[in-house]
Write a protein that binds this ligand. Structure first.
Ligand code: DQA
Length: 146
């Protein structure tokens, strides 16, 4: 039998992790995080598809593509967290569990980062745990889809 598939989707500028404001986002690169997610997924009995885009519409397309295909979505929408009704609406049309992840603790930062459109649809939100937030999200996802 095939393993439950989890889509791990990443928004704009996360391709620069490791180089981008490491004092806020840490030193791990997105490739490091993708590798860790794939390895942990295998331990947890999950198959992981890891993607990143800098474009809002592409993120909407990725969320739509998960419908009927992915058992769950782990999403770091990056800056679109704070602006995108389109991403919230795409998640509204998705039937499975959604976990929102932020590397930084957005609640301790500028006021404009303290509202998330995505949280209205998220089953869980993890912020401020750095790259480990993705592992925590996968562990929680294993429970939700198990
Ligand atoms: C982020 C937080 C957002 O406010 C920011 O725009 C990002 C990354 C995080 O992972 O901490 O690009 O989602």
């Amino acid at each position: 039998m095939s393993l439950p598939l989890i889509h791990v989707l990443n928004g704009p500028n996360l391709n620069l992790l490791g180089q981008r404001e490491p004092e806020i986002y840490g030193h791990a690169t997105l490739d490091d995080i993708a590798r860790d997610c794939t390895a942990l997924g295998a331990e947890l009995g999950l198959s992981v598809a890891f993607e990143q885009t800098n474009h809002e519409g592409a993120l909407v397309d990725m969320i739509q593509a998960a419908r009927g295909v992915a058992a769950g979505i782990i999403l770091n929408p990056a800056a679109y967290t704070h602006t995108s009704v389109a991403i919230l609406d795409a998640l509204g049309a998705y039937e499975g569990p959604v976990i929102e992840v932020h590397l930084s603790n957005t609640h301790r930062r500028e006021g404009f980062r303290q509202h998330s459109y995505v949280s209205a649809r998220a089953d869980a939100v993890i912020a401020g745990c750095g790259a480990q937030g993705y592992s925590l999200a996968l562990r929680r996802m294993a429970v939700l889809v198990g």
